[in-house]
Design a protein around this ligand. Sequence first.
Ligand code: IVH
Length: 695
Amino acid sequence: MPTTTTPVDQLTPAEAVAELARLAEEIARHDRAYYQADAPTVSDAEYDELRRRNAAIEARFPELIRADSPSRRVGAAPVEGFGKVRHARPMLSLDNAFSDDDLREFVGRVRRFLGLPEDEAVDLVAEPKIDGLSISLRYENGTFALGATRGDGAEGEDVTANLRTLRDLPQRLAGPVPRVLEVRGEVYMRRADFLRMNEQRAQAGEKTLFANPRNAAAGSLRQLDPAITAQRPLSLFCYALGEVSEAVADTHWDFLARLREWGFKVNDRIRRCRGVDEALAFYHALGEDRAQLPYDIDGVVYKVNRFDWQARLGQVSRSPRWATAHKFPAEQARTILRQIDVSVGRTGALTPFAILEPVTVGGVVVSRATLHNEDEIARKDFREGDTVIIQRAGDVIPQVVAVVAEKRPPDAQPWQPKDECPVCHSHAVKPEGEAIRRCTGGLTCDAQVVERLIHFASRNAFDIEGLGEKNAEFLYRAGRVRSPADIFRLEDRHGDWLREQPGWGARSAQKLFDAIRARRSIGLPRFIYALGIRQVGEATARLLALNYHSLDAWRAAMLAATNRQAEEWQHLTSIDQIGPSVAGDIADFFAETHNLAAIADLVEQLERVNDFSAPATAGSPIAGKTVVFTGTLQTLSRDEAKARAQSLGAKVAGSVSAKTDYVVAGTDAGSKLAKARDLGVVVLTEEEWLDLIGR
Ligand code: IVH
């Protein structure tokens, strides 16, 4: 803190020189502590006071302003904690199976996709699903070169230095190794280590204890100072392959054996299962042993053993078709349902939720839980005052599953939904046959606007760190941000105001402005997803971006598609996986002038929206072409054919139009073939198609 407290108006020029030098040095030191070590050494208020004093002295002695003055720096350039790492191969997530039947269905899908004969067995490798955080390890010529977190799957954080401190991580691999080898695995904390560490933290007077081993592992790995990570008891299991310069095995099972030879830790409960029944037996046996294991697991991961089959199965959206996760049943608890409230989502959906007597479930205190929708409340007859059973499954929002009937208070009344939005009081309607009641207030409804802003800034949309629920709501209520475009005007119009807000200060405000500035250039799929159009999730946004390439083309086409007679509507609905219902929601969105105005306003604020086309299809003869499959194919299932075409950069459509480049006709092709002939579209036999794509 300042050693001199001489009021600014009493400073002599000589004192001012000394004071400005001292302030420049001190502020820079705090900036480094804050940005680089994530460990502020002064409170925001003290820091702001230093900056204010600096500014006041400079105002009085403008001729003394230093070249390195803190006021000349546009905030302190935030040193992002970790470098970014683009994954050579994306880090995928897994689809979930919730029951034995789901797993049978998974294997059925694999069989159909691969077109396997009845008597051909599908070997699965079953592995405990470790509850930690996934990481990617890159080895070059057998030496550990780079380690990264999963991030959003495409890009993670460089945590190489931290990973080097793990005992389980081999720095050099034993034996012959491919030149480039990327191995994926899970960093986790053993339960005993976790408890011991928390105990030590408590004794040392640390304010924060970790909630569970997974949080502890994540918090420990993401330390800016590797010396801290080194003191944390982290463990590692490896279980998957990333980029590799040459083939390492024919099957996943053999790959795991090689991992062990190279020196990686591989879980010893992993088993090879011949068929579904063995896999399910593994699941149930592991479930029995779960509490005895020294680490937390939340289910089983099954992987198709043969690598050649994995390659053919490929992936859909962000999960492989060759693997699935089978979760263990959720942990449950009993508590009292105090009150039923209703929240409003960004599309106006009203969702009832329960306010509960707080209770611990699976190590986490729960005081709210979703009730899904009013039909569900009626069906299960949840009433205020009831004793209920709630459950948590992994990261999923807790839910109320059942009423304990014998504990119902005699005066409990059935819950009655209101036909009014709890936030804006507009009429709330529930169309016949639909489960969801919606507020009709649209953009006049505060809740919807705030939820849209939160969605807009969320991780898979514009990904603006620091604009989560709390801050979005705050900026909206203060009247400073009412639309996505306002976010980008925030610094110019309300920068000074924000810096003065309690709990903000110059540094936090600057961090937010920097995060916003970094997003003035954005990819088309994120842009589309961020708009929050009903039913347009990430996968659909990507599909749209892939089909229309540029914002201008997409916007013009969607505008035209608001006319259901237009060719653009035909084209939109012909895109494989976009049905009339999704297309209808998109068209409805574009039919609203206020949405068009909001987009135009936003685009004005952005530097650019980057065009999008299918990655890694250079040299593909069908990149960008639109293909329709019809009839029965002989060598490939329809799903595999579509997936191959898409992976080569083609767009697969469900119906033939003038925009179709190729129709691939199998046997018994019907009306689509006729239409193709009518329109003069190139028709290929299956053979010709395989020749074209080079098999
Ligand atoms: S395989 C493409 N195997 O589960 C397959 N994942 O829900 C990539 N996980 O992000 C994952 N244990 O963090 C695989 N034995 C295991 C796993 C496992 C835990 C985690 C991993 C992944 C998540 C997917």
